[in-house]
Design a protein around this ligand. Structure first.
Ligand code: SF4
Length: 351
């Protein structure tokens, strides 16, 4: 009989599992610590369990992360992992080291493909296949810890394939595993959910009390422009979106991060600077400017470095904090969804 994979199981599920095996409930807590805190996946080595219990666990269960099918490493140290899920669907994860600091950010996926269909995004072009389970979300992190050690990453951003808030329940369950004090023990300040702007779900996330960081993929501060590149803006316009963001910031007492990709000759004028400054007025926030990383087959172009610096320079005195972020992994398929899109189209990877 196939073993049951415990990847993604919560504390209460493991407690119930132990009760079902005729053990005391607290054994579930011990198992939870071994798996998520101590990164010990071999039941035989769980020394506070009896020999019989270890044998039973080994016979019936396993804790298996994801199957890696491809990895690309950039000259700048960024690594991109392509995983194969049990139903042969691809999903990707990007690990971005920050040289000169201990920070290592892992960008994880929450869905295979994405239904939001932003016109500049490789994932959007793939269409939507399905939501990831909590195990498949957390499995991206477990894979890294299993293969690169407990300090494989320091920060987690849900900014990979998919719209995390469209897979709300599974994403929240995965975040609970990341934050659990006897689990992965990540600080709420080191976990970020990035959304394209699903206003009702932003409010719902605020109401969970998880108080994690929130990033908004804004990319245009003028409604008509935003609708052109992000169809979700038709349903959740900028006004509603900003109300939800202010609600989140107040309730979770955290500042919000806005991601603003600059597309050459699209959202890079003085009018855009003014609109952006007006939009975030009075909000404790940070704006990250990022040059577009071109995707095969899409029309958008990368702006020059001068344009990036000009836009950042104009914006800086008008908003609380602005950074011009270097795009990472340009020599690999680093834009979200590029590697998985190639996998689905049967193209060769460039490594
Ligand atoms: S940018 Fe994000 S929300 Fe938009 S299509 Fe790509 S993955 Fe989906």
């Amino acid at each position: 009989m196939a073993k049951q994979n415990l990847l993604g199981c919560t504390l209460s599920e493991l407690e119930q599992l132990m009760i079902d095996l005729g053990e005391k409930k607290f054994r579930g807590g011990q198992l939870f610590k071994w798996l998520y805190r101590d990164n010990q996946y071999d039941f035989e080595l769980m020394t506070d369990f009896s020999k019989d219990l270890r044998k039973t666990l080994d016979e019936k269960f396993e804790f298996k992360s994801l199957e890696l099918i491809h990895m690309q490493e950039s000259e700048d140290g960024t690594r991109k992992f392509l995983f194969n899920l049990h139903d042969n669907l691809p999903v990707e994860t990007v690990l971005i080291p920050d040289f000169g600091s201990e920070r290592k950010t892992v960008c994880i996926s929450s869905q295979v493909g994405c239904a939001v269909n932003c016109s500049f995004c490789a994932t959007g072009q793939m269409g939507f296949s399905r939501d990831l389970t909590p195990g498949e979300i957390i499995g991206q992190l477990i894979y890294l810890r299993e293969n690169f050690g407990a300090d494989a990453f320091s920060n987690v951003v849900m900014m990979g394939m998919g719209e995390p808030l469209a897979n709300f329940d599974n994403v929240v369950k995965a975040i609970e595993l990341m934050l659990a004090p006897t689990g992965m023990m990540l600080s709420r300040k080191k976990v970020t959910v990035s959304t394209s702007g699903h206003s009702p779900k932003i409010r719902k996330l605020a109401d969970t009390g998880l108080n994690i960081c929130l990033a908004i993929s804004l990319h245009a501060a003028i409604q008509e422009k935003r609708v052109k590149i992000m169809p979700i803006a038709e349903t959740f316009g900028l006004e509603k979106l900003m109300q939800a963001i202010r609600y989140y910031a107040e309730k979770s007492r955290t500042h919000v991060m806005f991601e603003y990709i600059i597309f050459d000759n699209f959202n890079d004028t003085m009018k855009d600077v003014h609109a952006l400054a007006k939009l975030v007025r009075g909000l404790s926030c940070k704006i990250n400017l990022l040059a577009y990383n071109p995707v095969d087959g899409l029309d958008f172009q990368r702006p020059s470095d001068d344009k990036m610096n000009w836009f950042g320079g104009q914006l800086a005195p008008r908003v609380p904090v602005v950074t011009v972020r270097k795009s990472r992994g340009r020599d690999i398929d680093a834009a979200c969804g590029q590697l998985a899109a190639k996998q689905r189209l049967g193209k060769k990877h460039n490594v």
